[in-house]
Design a binder for this molecule. Structure first.
Ligand SMILES: Nc1ncnc2c1ncn2[C@@H]1O[C@H](COP(=O)(O)OP(=O)(O)OP(=O)(O)O)[C@@H](O)[C@H]1O
Length: 242
């Protein structure tokens, strides 16, 4: 589904991703961990072309992102992204937020679109908010709508960039529970940047540990938490686990 081959990414002179080699299979849930500034967000933003790469190859669902001829809009139909700050359309109702992209991009039939959007609202437990404006919802509710909106495009992969780090603590679990439901769908490929270790332990198939723009460790979840091999991963875990 996703293949990085010797990928290098620079912001000006700053070398943000160094020789990234990574394969993610369809249906896998992968959590990216690492200290602040290690390149986790940059890595997942390259996957849907929000950040261009300078060297190497990056193939996403058959699209070659290093090829300037690649149709990025077509590629993005298959890859949803959920951000820290929800980014809902403020002047549209909750239902409209979910229905907009399927209508405009997929040219979905209106009745089918509405039925699918209502089904997604049921999935995220917010069917009663369909006609509300985003600003009248809590942060946790807005994030659940943002997830429903991504799912409405029926993506093959979903990228999550610290989806709970802007939320009040009591809302975090509502969002994580929906992400768990999505991860349980064996077809969906998920890459998640998070500091939620409980989620990583319970849901991830694999953990990628990054530091200074490099992948230092790529291991099955249980193995990573029990026996991290890299000293920097050991230090990271000892600092966050008490
Ligand atoms: N647009 C940009 N221009 C220049 N430098 C950037 C840009 N975005 C990120 N960086 C730098 O790239 C490095 C990696 O940033 P990135 O946000 O990917 O890290 P991260 O691991 O996701 O960190 P955090 O956990 O704090 O979000 C940092 O040193 C950051 O300052």
């Amino acid at each position: 589904m996703i293949e990085f081959n010797h990928v290098e990414k620079y912001y000006g002179d700053f070398h943000a991703l160094k020789d990234i080699n990574l394969e993610v299979d369809p249906g896998e849930t992968v959590v990216l961990l690492g200290p602040s500034g290690s390149g986790k967000s940059t890595l997942i933003r390259t996957i849907n072309g929000l950040e261009p790469i300078q060297e190497g190859h990056l193939i996403v669902n058959g699209f070659d992102l290093a090829d300037p001829k690649t149709d990025m809009n077509k590629m993005r139909k298959n890859v949803g992204m959920v951000f820290q700050h929800f980014n809902l359309y403020a002047n549209k109702t909750v239902l409209e937020n979910i229905m907009l992209a399927p209508r405009k991009v997929l040219k979905m039939d209106e009745a089918e679109n509405r039925a699918a959007a209502e089904e997604l609202l049921r999935l995220v437990g917010l069917v009663d908010k369909a006609d509300k404006m985003p600003s009248s919802l809590s942060g946790g509710q807005q994030q659940r709508i943002a997830i429903a909106r991504s799912l409405a495009m029926k993506p093959k992969a979903l990228l999550f960039d610290e989806p709970t780090s802007a939320l009040d603590p009591e809302m975090v679990n509502d969002v994580l529970n929906i992400m768990k439901k999505i991860a349980a769908d064996s077809e969906m490929t998920m890459l998640v940047v998070t500091h939620e270790m409980g989620f990583a332990r319970q849901v991830a198939d694999r953990v990628i540990f990054m530091a200074d723009g490099e992948i230092l460790e790529d291991a099955p979840t249980a193995e990573f938490f029990k026996h991290p091999k890299e000293p920097r991963a050991q230090k990271f875990l000892s600092q966050i686990q008490h």
